[in-house]
Design a protein around this ligand. Structure first.
Ligand code: GLA
Length: 669
């Protein structure tokens, strides 16, 4: 297993390098990532390349026995480049040029930027492509992050128009599919079609969605340009990856991943001015997304938070135990390598308060000791553990295009795609159900339950796949706003839930967006929800049951005859429709019933105690992760004799885990 640090030798005096490397040696790391922001060092003037600094650093790092991941430095185009080629700069949706002074100041649609990127990548590949210490490359850094996923300049507009012409062929076809007859927007020429810079009102939703698709394709092509360039010059043993940041950007990480050997991810459970970390389920979701991005392949955490992070705002200080807990959580869910961000807090520049293993004074203290404890704790079992399998019984559907459609028209000021996705993911996570996050192109038959939350932008192919899955005996759970849009982001002319009405056994004639401080009440009247009452928010589909059984209705004098939650038998399978923003309690009750009926294994555990199973031919592994900052918990264990993979201590029946404790247990099959 690789475990290491993100290091910036260029930011420290050479006489400090050996001190750092000796401290890293004592820590027990074996990999270092460098150079991802070093363009102005390696190309100080256009066409002049100078690798001396990194040559010296790489030789020294190599002498200390560490392997190296090299970053291509295209996230920080140098000042000379921007001075000479200002057309590289991105433009925001107000038409304002995003100037030089930070990072990610480029649009991937600039031909000039593509040429200059290709050249620095080529020169780096030629120079380091056979270096024995260089095991791989990280192309660029966090594509699309910090609002850089979309650019609205002239080069982008021309590229968008070309993209549209390639997609539609005939501008009249675009007019028909976008409905440009609305508000007299019919186009007679591709050059009339704008990138969606600000207007007084709101752009055509079909244009907006295609613009996001275009931005995503642009990043996929740009990444491919770098990968194909590197591949010409680097040893085939050197891997190529990219460090993604969360979902929701105008990029298709699964498409980009097709050109990478594996993906990487930057794991920051707390960043900037956040007062507390995001929830354990929210962190887990990101790892499950990563695991799904390359169809279950392991990924690297190329940046694992090691200290309080932020620029001009910082917040929560990770407590003793968090660093190991978040490391173990990531590895439990598919991370095969952990690289801690960053080795030492920078004394200058925007990230003076992005703290690291060491802080500004360079002295090892608590965080250093914690990383050492983590590395020592993993030493005896990590390689087998990360080689084991994570098997899932439940699938959660996610499609970036659906997320973009929701970003375009959230409809309620309370709607947030990730929060609503978590409304359906979190209760299963709390039950320690093993889940995968899947796209429409995946095989559903290996799952006992498929959860399809907020399936607003639908895909005919997936609709048909869902129908077949249910007919064959599968169980699907839909949510409110299912079936509304087609792939052009146009509203269906069928009664909601559109193409899926027959499958769900319902119709939705009216619905209501619940705004801030608005809620409704529902009551369970049949099946698993009988006798329960709950407050619901964000949205209400006032459902008319057709063939479906009503499990809950609205406890509202106007809509008491409308269904809120239904269950339909279709073929050999079952379809649930959760027509509102249901409470966690009701979701838990519903899931308990569904997972029992479908024999999906689940384990109760105290709130904030996460249990993740992995298995290989010889062993079962059980990660017990206590995210509770205040309290320890007694955790009931599955039957058998369990062994702490680090200490060898034996457990059966239960385990007392301290606050922020994390442990991996193993049991011979
Ligand atoms: C991101 C970037 C890093 C750094 C950290 C700070 O993940 O990749 O370069 O900015 O955030 O937390």
């Amino acid at each position: 297993m690789y475990i290491g640090v993100d290091y910036y030798p260029e930011q420290w005096p050479r006489e400090r390098w050996e001190t750092d490397l000796q401290l890293m040696k004592e820590l027990g790391i074996n990999v270092v990532r460098i150079a991802e922001f070093g363009w102005s060092i390696m190309e100080p003037e256009e066409g002049e390349f100078d690798f001396r600094l990194y040559d010296e650093a790489i030789e020294l790092i190599h002498q200390y026995g560490f392997d190296i991941v090299l970053g291509t430095p295209t996230a920080t185009p140098p000042a000379w480049l921007i001075e000479k080629y200002p057309e590289v700069l991105p433009v925001d949706d107000h038409g304002h040029v995003i100037g030089f002074g930070a990072r990610r100041h480029y649009t991937v649609n600039s031909d000039v930027f593509q040429v200059l990127s290709k050249r620095i990548v080529k020169e780096m590949g030629k120079h380091y492509g056979n270096h024995p210490a260089v095991i791989g490359w990280q192309v660029d850094n966090e594509y699309g992050h910090e609002k850089s996923d979309r650019s609205y300049g002239e080069v982008d507009e021309k590229a968008f128009q070309n993209w549209l012409e390639k997609k539609y062929g005939d501008v009249q076809a675009l007019n028909e599919r976008w409905g440009t007859v609305f508000w007299s927007q019919t186009y007679t020429n591709w050059s009339q079609i704008p990138v969606p810079r600000k207007v007084y009102q709101e752009h055509n939703p079909s244009l907006l969605l295609d613009f996001d698709r275009f931005c995503a394709d642009s990043y996929t092509k740009y990444n491919r340009l770098q990968v194909e360039t590197l591949r010409q010059y680097v040893d085939e043993r050197q891997f190529i990856t990219h460090n993604f940041v969360y979902s929701g950007l105008a990029q298709d990480q699964k498409e980009i991943a097709k050109d990478l050997d594996f993906i990487s991810f930057d794991n920051y459970p707390v960043w900037g001015g956040l007062a507390d970390p995001i929830s354990p389920a929210a962190i887990a979701r990101q790892h499950d997304l990563c695991r799904g991005t390359k169809n279950g392949k392991g990924f690297w955490v190329m940046e694992e938070l090691s200290g309080a992070q932020g620029w001009s705002q910082i917040g929560y200080l990770p407590r003793p135990g968090h660093l190991k807990l978040w490391t173990y959580q990531a590895m439990s869910r598919g991370a095969e390598a952990i690289v801690y961000f960053r080795w030492r807090a920078a004394r200058f520049g925007t990230e003076q308060f992005c703290h690291g293993i060491l802080d500004h004074d360079g002295k090892p203290r608590r965080k250093y000791d914690e990383v050492k404890e983590v590395i020592d704790s993993l030493r005896g079992f990590a390689d087998d553990w990360i080689a084991s399998d994570y098997s899932a019984d439940v699938a959660f559907y996610h499609d970036p295009e659906n997320e973009w459609a929701w970003q375009i028209q959230p409809q309620s000021d309370q709607f947030d795609y990730v929060k609503e996705f978590l409304r359906f993911y979190e209760p299963a996570h709390a039950m320690n159900v093993q889940g995968n996050i899947i796209r429409a192109d995946e095989d559903l038959s290996k799952y006992k339950v498929v959860v399809v939350p907020i399936y607003f932008l639908t895909k005919t192919g997936f609709n048909d796949k869902l129908k077949k899955y249910v007919e064959d005996g599968g169980t699907v759970i839909f949510s409110y706003r299912t079936g509304v849009k087609d792939e052009d982001n146009v509203v269906t002319d069928k009664t909601l839930p559109g193409e899926l009405a027959d499958l769900c056994g319902i119709e939705v004639h009216e619905y209501e967006s619940l705004r801030e401080n608005k809620s409704s009440q529902v009551k369970g009247i049949s099946g698993p929800l009988s006798g329960m009452e709950a407050t619901v928010n964000v949205w209400c589909d006032y459902v008319e049951a057709d063939t479906a059984e009503v499990l809950a209705t609205y406890n509202d004098s106007w809509f008491q005859d409308k269904a809120a939650v239904t269950r339909n038998t279709y073929g050999k399978g079952t379809v649930y429709y959760v027509g509102c923003g249901l409470s966690p309690e009701m979701m838990n009750q519903l899931y308990t019933s569904v997972f029992t009926d479908t024999e999906v294994p689940f384990m109760e555990s105290a709130e904030n105690v996460e249990i993740v199973k992995r298995n290989c031919g010889e062993y079962d592994y059980l990660s017990v992760l206590n995210h509770d900052v205040e309290k320890g918990h007694d955790v009931s264990l599955p039957s058998g004799d369990w062994t702490d993979a680090t200490t060898g201590d034996k457990y059966s029946k239960s385990l007392a885990i301290p606050r922020l404790g994390s442990v991996v247990l193993m049991k011979k099959k």
